[in-house]
Ligand binder design. Sequence first.
Ligand SMILES: *[C@@H]1O[C@H](CO)[C@@H](O)[C@H](O)[C@H]1NC(C)=O
Length: 566
Amino acid sequence: MKLFLLSALGLTVQGCTNILVTPEASTSNEAMIAYNADSASLYGSLYHYPRTEGGGSRDIYDWDSGSFLGSIPEAEKTHNVVGNCNEVGLCIGETTFGGLEGLCATFPGSKVDYGSLIWLTLQRASNAREAIKVMDNLMQTYGYASEGESFSITDAKEVWINEVIGKGTYEKGSVWVAKKIPAGYVSSHANQARITTFEWDDENKAMYAHDVMSFAQKIGLVTSADADRSTFSFSDTYDPVTFEGARFCEGRVWSFFSSVMGPDFEKEYVDYASGFNLTNRMPLFVKPADKISLTDVFSHMRNHFEDSELAFDADVGAGGFGAPYRWRPLTWEYGDDTYVNERAIGTQQTGWNFVASVRPSMPTPLQAVIWFGADDSATTVRVPFYASSTELPLSFVGKGPQDGVVPPMMTFDTNSAFYVTNLVSNWAYSRWSDIYPVVLARIEKYEASFIAQLHEVDQKVLALFNNGQEVEAVNVMNTFAQKLGNGFTEQWFGFFGELFVRFRDGYDITANSEDPECGCTVGGQGYNDATYKRIAEETGEQYKEPADSLKVRSFQPKNKLKVRGV
Ligand SMILES: *[C@@H]1O[C@H](CO)[C@@H](O)[C@H](O)[C@H]1NC(C)=O
């Protein structure tokens, strides 16, 4: 999704975060891609493209705007696609970096935007390297109709980052570089191009558009004297880092890398992540000492810079309950200066998010599982769906602008995973330090349960599959999807009710069967100390009681009383 979208109302800020984990860096030897699709105008739906056969023509709509871009020939056969994974173990995510202004305008007649590029490729390609070639072919044949993008592409063995930018109005198509994440390493990108130099003669390490450097020469970005393969940097040429590119974008990569690499890494690159030293660039990928589990990735996708130099849960902007959230716009003005809000991985404007896991230990049709959540990745539960499922739960599945369909954003619906998860997150935002610990505990309980349930169903579908009963295996996946998906949506709405009862009106109201008045105990302790300190300092005497004020009015007899019996 886009970082900046100029709308009639001014600058609305969007963006996305991806984390990439190679199988050798994972505790369970699975390839993982995590993706938050961040845009206030994005409805949280799980997209489903069933298998097709027979070709024909395919209408392409821009994922961001819903506008019709044109028609292209459909492939003879397409794969079943669930969310951002297909039935043969390929998953694709993205973040938008935009890039040089002069290349953002699309070449007239270009038909394939970045969203459609993802779903077309998932329908056509069977592994990561093939996906990179299919993407190239689609962009050069039909024209690329979006700004600069970093794509995360994984199959069960290889994880790649493919950075792409259009050729503006100079030429049709795009230039790009794809780099493989080495075994045992992890990577991340978040709205800033990250590939600098790359291997020109080793297809096991990098692939690229043949004119990736000569196009830069042609339009004057690189002089002939500087056109040196060993120093040519994709990112520095097409998307040079700026203060905001570092602070809003690389900052999120830094928070993930720091979490897995430790305090030395954090210190080494904090000047870069803060935007104050743009030459101190982080590596494209890092090798953590400890392997990373699926639940670790879930947790990294909940990061809000907690306990780091960019933490923003303690200043006045965090309110009386330490919320690591700031309402947009992302930058604001005071006096003659411009200020930033921090841009964390976990953020309010996420429409949907997932962690895709591709398991090399499984037969191809059972490899990809997309753990899909609607709304904010910090406050939602991700539900596992096999990418070979052919029926998805109604509370999750839906079409999007890329299908030429306007999603039901303006209809509040308690049967929609998107609106139910938004109820919980928005309630948590209002009193973060009180409500979020309760939400997080419940999320972790669901995660553990879903992991156990997936493991059980894995054994079932594997047995059926090995027995040649593929249709039966898919039926089991479908039943599992219905049960978990719709079950979750119903239960999470019930959980919102629980939270609402407990945290109503600023209190913390818990059940107490001993209490005859309400069957409850009313607790709660108001705002945090930092907030009271600020109020006291800002208002001086206004709310202050006199030091000698009478706190308790006790009974003071005017006359000596005669007490009976004494
Ligand atoms: C910026 O980072 C580079 C690379 O680590 C370092 O050499 C340089 O001294 C830093 N500049 C400042 C002003 O700290």
